[in-house]
Design a binder for this molecule. Structure first.
Ligand code: EPS
Length: 357
C-alpha cells in the first residue's frame, strides 16, 4: 500500500495516488469529509485563516462506489490560495524554515508561497488515510485515533477520549480548553508560535503485524511520522522516558489475562504485540512568525525577517488527524504484508512441536 502526493500550496490543485488498495472497499466522496474538516485551516480562530473547500474528486480506482484494486487518484482543487506574488519572501530565508534548504538544494524559489514544504500537502495524506482507516476498521476492527498531548508547557490534567473531538485543539481535558484558548490567543497576538506533542493510539491491531528486522513496525511508524512537516521527534510507547526506567519498571509483565502495562507501545521486536499501538510526535513551533528574526538574503547579507500571511500559531493544533493518517497508512501496509507472508489473522500459522508457540 503506497501513497504519493503531488501539488503545491499555491498551485491549481493537490492530489495523491494510492496504490495497492484491496478491491471491493466501498468509498464515496463524502467519506473524506470528516477527517479533512478535522485537519483543515480556517475552522477555528486558532489556526491559519485560509479557507479551503477541500472537496475530494475521485479520479480513478473506484467504480460504482467500490475500489477496483487499481491505483486510486484523488484530487482537491485549491480554492483560496490568494496567489499574490510573494517575491519579497523569496529574497530572504525565514529562520527555521525549509526555504533555506530547498533553495540550496534546488536553486529555485516558488514566489507563490510554501509550495511543497507547506502543510497543505498533508491534506492528501489525510485523504489517502481515509481509505486505510476504513479498510482497517471494516476488515480488522482497528481504530486509529489521536489527541494533542502537550502544547508549550501545558499538559492535560485529566484524560477523557470523549472530550477530544469537542474542542478545536483535540485536547483530552475539557476543563482546560478555556486556558488553551487564552494561551493560543496571547501567542497569536504576540506574533509568536509554540511547539506541541501529539499522541496516536491504534486499538485492535492484531498480534503479528510488523517485520522482525527490516521494516519493523516501529521503524516504519517512525519514518512515516517523521515525514510530516515540523516533526522533530517520534516516540513509541514510553519512548525517551525508557532511558530513566529500570527493567522491572519498563517490562510489560504478562498474565493469562493479558499484559499488565504498555511501556512497549504495543510493539515487541518490531512486531505488534496485540496491545494498543502508541506513538507520539514532537512538532516544532511554526517558523513563519511575525516577530522579526535575523537571517540573510540571497546575497548573504544580514537582514531581519518577519513573516506575514495566514499562518498557524501552533502547527500541532491541526496535526492530530495527520499523525493518525500516517499511522493508519503504515498499519494497512503492514497488514497486507503480514497477510501475504503468514496468512490472515485467525488463520493460525502452523506451530512447530516444541516451539512453545
Ligand atoms: C502553511 C501556510 C499557510 C497555511 C497552510 C500551511 O498557507 P499559505 O501557503 O497560503 O501561506 O494556510 O495550510 C494550508 C493551506 C492547509 O490546508 O493546511 C505553511 O507554510 O505550512
Amino acid at each position: 500500500f503506497t501513497v504519493t502526493t503531488f501539488g503545491e500550496s499555491h498551485g491549481p490543485a493537490i492530489g495523491c495516488v494510492v496504490d495497492g488498495c484491496p478491491p471491493g472497499l466501498a468509498i464515496a466522496p463524502e467519506d473524506f469529509r470528516a477527517d479533512l474538516d478535522r485537519r483543515a485551516t480556517g475552522r477555528s480562530r486558532h489556526t491559519s485563516q485560509r479557507r479551503e473547500a477541500d472537496e475530494v474528486e475521485i479520479l480513478s480506482g473506484v467504480y460504482e462506489g467500490r475500489t477496483t484494486g487499481t491505483p486510486i487518484g484523488l484530487l482537491i482543487r485549491n480554492t483560496d490560495a490568494r496567489s499574490k506574488d510573494y517575491r519579497e519572501l523569496t529574497e530572504t530565508f525565514r529562520p527555521g524554515h525549509a526555504d533555506y534548504t530547498y533553495w540550496h538544494k534546488y536553486g529555485i524559489r516558488d514566489p507563490r508561497g510554501g509550495g511543497r514544504s507547506s502543510a497543505r500537502e498533508t491534506t492528501m495524506r489525510v485523504a489517502a488515510a481515509v481509505i486505510a482507516k476504513k479498510w482497517l476498521a471494516e476488515r480488522y476492527g482497528v481504530r486509529v485515533r489521536g489527541h494533542l498531548a502537550q502544547i508549550g508547557a501545558l499538559v492535560p490534567r485529566r484524560f477523557d477520549w470523549d472530550a477530544v473531538e469537542d474542542n478545536p485543539f483535540f485536547w483530552p481535558d475539557p476543563d482546560m480548553v478555556a486556558e488553551l484558548e487564552g494561551y493560543v490567543d496571547a501567542l497569536r497576538k504576540a506574533g509568536d508560535s509554540v511547539g506541541a506533542r501529539v499522541t496516536v493510539v491504534a486499538d485492535g491491531v492484531p498480534v503479528g503485524w510488523g517485520e522482525p528486522v527490516y521494516g519493523k513496525l516501529d521503524a516504519e511508524l517512525a519514518s512515516a511520522l517523521m515525514s510530516i512537516n515540523a516533526v522533530k521527534g517520534v516516540e513509541i510507547g514510553a519512548g525517551f522516558a525508557a532511558v530513566a526506567q529500570t527493567g522491572t519498571q519498563h517490562r510489560d509483565e504478562i498474565t493469562p489475562e493479558g499484559f499488565l502495562s504498555n511501556h512497549a507501545g504495543g510493539i515487541l521486536g518490531g512486531i505488534a504485540s496485540g496491545q494498543p499501538v502508541v506513538a507520539s510526535i514532537a512538532l516544532k513551533p511554526t517558523s513563519s512568525i511575525l516577530v522579526p528574526g535575523r537571517s540573510v538574503n540571497l546575497a548573504g547579507e544580514p537582514v531581519q525577517v518577519r513573516t506575514i500571511g495566514r499562518h498557524d500559531p501552533c502547527v500541532g493544533i491541526r496535526a492530530t488527524p495527520i499523525a493518525e493518517a500516517m499511522v493508519a497508512l503504515v498499519l494497512i501496509d503492514q497488514a497486507l504484508r503480514h497477510r501475504a507472508q503468514c496468512g490472515d489473522v485467525g488463520e493460525v500459522a502452523p506451530r512447530v512441536p516444541g516451539s512453545r508457540a
